[in-house]
Design a protein around this ligand. Structure first.
Ligand SMILES: [Zn+2]
Ligand SMILES: [Zn+2]
Length: 324
């Protein structure tokens, strides 16, 4: 497993067996995904499929370009696919220049509003105007692709293949068996995943407001456990976000705090993982050290050289690949 990026500004990871490679979420521009894969020694050309957890921008930003460049299918739930299409569609009716100028106007308006309230929420609020640079880069990629391949329909939602799965069911991609389970988050049909292949079990649970029993159960017996540790409650409370955004992040459909992650690790986690990856850390409301200390304290004497080694997933660089 290689985490290419994790956090409210973009999420993407590669899960592979010896035969199959899956990109889980595509929350950065295609260029950035490829750059990070190469840096991590992964070849984008060997990917078999893209799997999407939910339609928030930090998980789908580079999806269409990446899927089309690689010519590989995308696995969604049907509701997530539809929500993603709705998110993409307004762009279809605009030229790139119109779209960019509209975005810039919206961003300027948003910025003025944020300055007025002396608070600038980041994309933890999944604020669609936050990542102007990244959005512009993705749109430019779209533009390039449409220009140099006239055969490609100028439809930003066009994908080489769409496969549906349902939350609460199991399916396979190549020799990787996947369980998709519902997580409590304010998207249309958000899921976490457990991947099983060659006797190895990998659990991914980020973007969840709390840890419900069904998720806790799914995460049993994992060799690699990727768990959200989004914010420090005090930092969030005292931080720069407007109150409405703070409420959203803290809510039952927001994000998992360091304390909530630690509580799970202490009380409901079976201690089986070789690696515990703390993920989706907020850059505004958390510090890697706070997340680490909370998890270390929860795991206390269960950590060893062979078990429960903590890894902190990063926003800005790919984390070193974990090979089991
Ligand atoms: Zn997210
Ligand atoms: Zn989300």
């Amino acid at each position: 497993m290689t985490v290419l990026a994790s956090g409210s500004k973009g999420n993407s990871a590669v899960v592979s067996s010896t035969r199959t490679r899956i990109l889980v979420d595509a929350g950065m521009s295609c260029r950035e995904i490829f750059k990070r894969m190469k840096a991590a020694g992964e070849d984008p050309g060997t990917l078999d499929a893209i799997l999407i957890t939910h339609e928030h921008q930090d998980h789908v930003q580079g999806l269409s370009v990446t899927a089309r460049k690689l010519g590989i299918p995308v696995y969604f739930t049907e509701a997530t696919h539809r929500a993603w299409m709705r998110w993409m569609t307004p762009r279809k009716r605009l030229t790139y220049a119109e779209w960019l100028s509209q975005r810039q106007q919206e961003a300027a308006k948003k910025k003025a509003e944020a300055e007025a309230s002396a608070a600038m929420p980041d994309a933890d609020a999944e604020n669609p105007f936050y990542r102007e640079a990244e959005l512009a880069e993705c749109a430019a990629e779209e533009e390039e692709m449409t220009a140099d391949a006239e055969k490609v329909e100028a439809d930003p939602c066009a994908l080489p293949g769409v496969e549906y799965f349902r939350a609460g069911t199991k399916f396979s991609i190549g020799d990787i068996a996947i369980s998709a389970f519902t997580i409590p988050h304010d998207a249309i049909d958000p899921v976490g995943f457990v991947f099983q292949t060659e006797g190895i079990r990998i659990g991914v649970a980020t973007d969840l407001g709390y840890m419900p029993p069904n998720v806790s159960l799914q995460l049993r017996g994992c060799d690699i456990l990727m768990l959200e540790s989004n914010h420090d409650l005090e930092m969030l409370r005292d931080g720069p976000y407007p109150w409405s955004v703070k409420q959203r992040v803290m809510s039952r459909v927001g994000h998992l705090s360091n304390d909530a992650a630690a509580d799970f690790l202490e009380k409901n986690y079976d201690g089986q993982a070789s690696y515990v990856i703390l993920a989706h850390l907020s850059e505004s409301n958390n510090l890697p050290e706070l997340a680490r200390v909370a998890a270390e304290h929860a795991l206390r004497d269960r950590m060893s050289l062979i078990g429960n080694r903590l890894v902190l997933a990063e926003q800005r660089t790919a984390t070193e690949s974990i090979v089991l």
